[in-house]
Design a protein around this ligand. Structure first.
Ligand SMILES: *Cc1c(COP(=O)(O)O)cnc(C)c1O
Length: 238
């Protein structure tokens, strides 16, 4: 990769961090409470590596197939400096084994059958897998994510699984302008307050919300994780 592209990633990353800090400041929050996950899907290995070299500690992917090649390739280049990998995409049950082998965190658990399979695979690998429950707050039935009314039942299903630890909630709002999604982010925060008091919710602290178009609003509304792709890495290969 050319030094020009690598420099562009570093520059954009610095800008995103400055915008996170400003948003945190407006909300009276410490920017250190916000983990920036660079979403490197459909970006080449060299760009993912450039992101880590520029200071990202966390990367996100949403295709298991692509991650199967990219994650080992990045690990080979970076060794001990390899990032933590977050799975943020829709996950089929038959990919659960690969997801457990490749990822540090799975943010997209939206049904009990998937939770059970991930737990089974994690236990077999001698791990306790950190997961987030993905909520569908836009009410579009075809969208990924658990309906808010079913969140308690999903948490209860996870509570009995020693292979999983529910550490957060994640949402992916329907595209719209950043201000239109503010109530969605506030709603995820309210759900966390409620679910954190229930069995299985003891470790529930993270709110993963906000992408390139709306991460500042998400930080103002309490995000502890923002998932930013194009604002750091530039336009995706299609
Ligand atoms: C692609 C993706 C992102 C990042 O989107 P950008 O608009 O490029 O910042 C974040 N979260 C999920 C789940 C995604 O699939």
């Amino acid at each position: 990769m050319s030094p020009v592209e690598e420099g562009a990633v570093a520059g954009r990353l610095a800008e995103v961090r400055a915008r996170i800090a400003a948003a945190a400041g407006r909300a009276g929050r410490d920017p250190a409470e916000v983990t920036l996950v660079g979403v490197s899907k459909r970006m080449p290995v060299a760009l993912a590596v450039a992101g880590v070299r520029a200071g990202l500690h966390d990367l996100g992917e949403n295709y298991v197939q692509e991650a199967r090649e990219k994650i080992p390739a990045v690990a080979e280049i970076l060794g001990e400096d390899a990032p933590r990998w977050h799975y943020v995409g829709a996950l089929q049950r038959n990919k659960a084994k690969d997801a457990v082998a490749l990822f540090d965190v799975v943010q997209s658990v939206d049904r009990a059958s998937l939770a059970r399979e991930l737990a089974r695979r994690a236990e077999a690998a001698g791990r306790r897998l950190p997961v987030h429950l993905q909520l569908n707050l836009s009410g579009e039935p075809q969208k990924a994510g658990c309906a808010p009314a079913e969140a308690e039942a999903l948490l209860a299903a996870c509570a009995g699984l020693p292979g999983l630890e529910v550490q957060g909630l994640m949402t992916l709002p329907a595209p719209g302008d950043a201000e239109a999604v503010r109530p969605v982010f506030a709603r995820l925060r309210d759900l966390r307050e409620r679910l954190a008091r229930l069995p299985g919710g003891e470790a529930l602290r993270d709110l993963s919300m906000g992408m390139s178009a709306d991460f500042e609003v998400a930080v103002e509304e309490g995000a502890t994780i923002v998932r930013v792709g194009t604002a750091i890495f530039g336009p995706r290969e299609s």
